[in-house]
Design a binder for this molecule. Structure first.
Ligand SMILES: C[S@@+](CC[C@H](N)C(=O)[O-])C[C@H]1O[C@@H](n2cnc3c(N)ncnc32)[C@H](O)[C@@H]1O
Length: 329
């Protein structure tokens, strides 16, 4: 496999599609106590191992989202029915075999296809799609897999976001994870279960601490959003502020790691990298940017995120080299 090295020990730009590596069958589907069916690892899996790559059996355009209630069920059902009618009978059977949750009133008044779609669909860029294999993955608020939508391949790709042991159940997340336990519980209601993952089943004190961490992370991400530009401070006070922010970015990253929110690692690394660049600490900026780059490449080597981190890392390495040259004069 070819690659273009940026600098020894640092990020390289892959010239082949790394997302296509990995053993063909790494999972099995079997009952998961209290959760219906679940997906389990057949082998030990390394971080980044691809678990599933699946083309949606069909997609629908997203109807307008109604704040508080979500997508209007009737509009969704209608779109789903039209797409379902176009499927071969074997595919229709696969869809009808998927599990779904509904209240008694919904069971009486709603179309089963719409309910199946609500319990199983995932976003596919602008649309929403049904993936019968990926649909067997149960939810956790501290999931061991992550996913992304690869528009070019027309596939949703699920990969291990940490080392996973043979026999472990694989989990992804159905909801945003920067929410308190109470908020997550509410968002999971349409799926008809109470989450018992390590984040939700912890003792009250640990739960409160986790809630505080998740809220702090959400606030810090919002606060840092306006500071993700590469303006180097031009006054004493701005330099002091940049150094304080660089420290705060490390604290933010610490919280993300403590909560094991793997989906946010790369974003946290980018914040740490840019905050250190703004404080003109080019060594730290390069190291953190490179970590972010490695994660983005693992996720999708051709993504805009990977390209962005490649460019940042290259720029920071140049500044770091300049700094070292000047120090040696
Ligand atoms: C997308 S399906 C997942 C696969 C499903 N278990 C099956 O048998 O096909 C979503 C449904 O699985 C169940 N489920 C998912 N995650 C769960 C969890 N952490 N605890 C209990 N049930 C869960 C709920 O019934 C939910 O509506």
């Amino acid at each position: 496999q070819g690659s273009t090295s940026i600098a020894p020990g640092f990020a390289s730009w892959p010239t082949t599609d790394q997302a296509c590596s990995g053993p063909p069958e790494v999972y099995t589907v079997r009952p998961s106590p209290g959760k219906g069916l679940g997906v389990f690892a057949l082998h030990d899996l390394d971080v980044g191992s691809i678990i599933m790559r699946e083309t949606p059996i069909f997609t629908i355009q997203r109807p307008s989202f109604i704040k508080g209630t979500g997508y209007p069920m009737e509009a969704v059902s209608q779109l789903v029915r039209s797409e379902f009618a176009l499927l071969a009978s074997k595919q229709q059977e696969e869809v009808m075999n998927l599990t779904y949750h509904a209240t008694d009133t919904e069971k009486e008044n709603s179309d089963v296809l719409g309910l199946i779609f609500r319990s199983n669909a995932y976003k596919t860029g602008e649309d929403i799609g049904l993936f019968p294999k990926i649909s067997r993955i149960n939810h956790s608020c501290r999931p061991n897999t992550s996913y992304y939508w690869n528009a070019k391949q027309n596939k949703r790709i699920v990969y291990a976001n940490r080392k996973i042991r043979k026999g472990e159940e694989l989990f992804d997340s159905y909801i945003s994870l920067l929410l308190t336990h109470k908020e997550r519980k509410e968002r999971l209601e349409p799926y008809g279960f109470t989450c018992s993952c390590p984040a939700c089943a912890s003792k009250p004190k640990a739960m409160r601490e986790s809630d505080v961490r998740r809220m702090d992370i959400r606030k810090a991400f919002a606060d840092f959003a306006s500071q993700l530009t590469l303006t180097v401070p031009d006054s004493q006070s701005a330099r002091r502020k940049a150094r304080i922010n660089a420290k705060a970015s490390l604290q933010l990253n610490g919280l993300v790691q403590q909560e094991a929110l793997a989906d946010f690692y790369a974003h946290a690394y980018k914040i740490v990298a840019i905050s250190h660049a703004r404080a003109e600490d080019w060594g730290a900026a390069t190291t953190w940017s490179n970590r972010g780059y490695e994660l983005r490449v693992m996720e999708d080597p051709e993504s805009a995120n990977a390209m962005e981190m490649f460019q940042l890392t290259s720029a920071f390495i140049e500044r770091w080299k300049d700094e070292m040259r000047q120090q040696s004069l």
